[in-house]
Design a binder for this molecule. Structure first.
Ligand code: ZN
Ligand code: ZN
Length: 143
């Protein structure tokens, strides 16, 4: 588990000033991957006390822009944040309970960056979402 000084080093590494809300948000997202904004606000407030919603939104935006966090937003779901960045992994989402898990790229390293037709775009990321039912929900459905 990364410590507060690891988080401070990450912030300095992307030239962001070290502040307690930034460290608290990084720590919250590392602890609970794919957390939504409300639960991140809850964790940060339990940690630091009176931090405004807006302050947490601002920190999430800054950390995402700096590449320390990745924002994912499956269609029909609220935005989620995770600290596993830069590896182009994918997600599997439960249609019933919104559970999310990480899925490594299907074959080798980022083969799916090669679009069958790139339409002249310079492509640097491919995001795949697998939809289905998580084990708990498929057990509940079949019984
Ligand atoms: Zn489920
Ligand atoms: Zn993930």
């Amino acid at each position: 588990m990364p410590t507060a000084s690891d988080f401070e080093r990450m912030l300095r590494g992307v030239a962001l000033r070290v502040t307690r809300p930034r460290v608290a948000v990084l720590s919250a997202v590392h602890d609970r991957p794919h957390a939504d904004t409300d639960s991140i606000i809850g964790t940060v407030r339990a940690d630091l006390g009176g931090v405004s919603h807006q302050a947490v939104y601002d920190v999430l935006r800054a950390l995402t822009a700096a590449g320390l966090l990745r924002r994912i937003e499956p269609p029909g779901s609220v935005a989620r944040y995770e600290a596993r960045v830069g590896d182009n992994h994918h997600h599997v989402v439960c249609r019933s309970c919104d559970a999310i898990a990480d899925v490594d790229c299907a074959v080798g390293t980022t083969p799916c960056l090669t679009a069958s037709d790139d339409h002249g775009f310079s492509i640097d990321e491919a995001e795949v979402i697998y939809w289905g039912l998580c084990p708990a929900c498929s057990t509940a459905t079949s019984s």
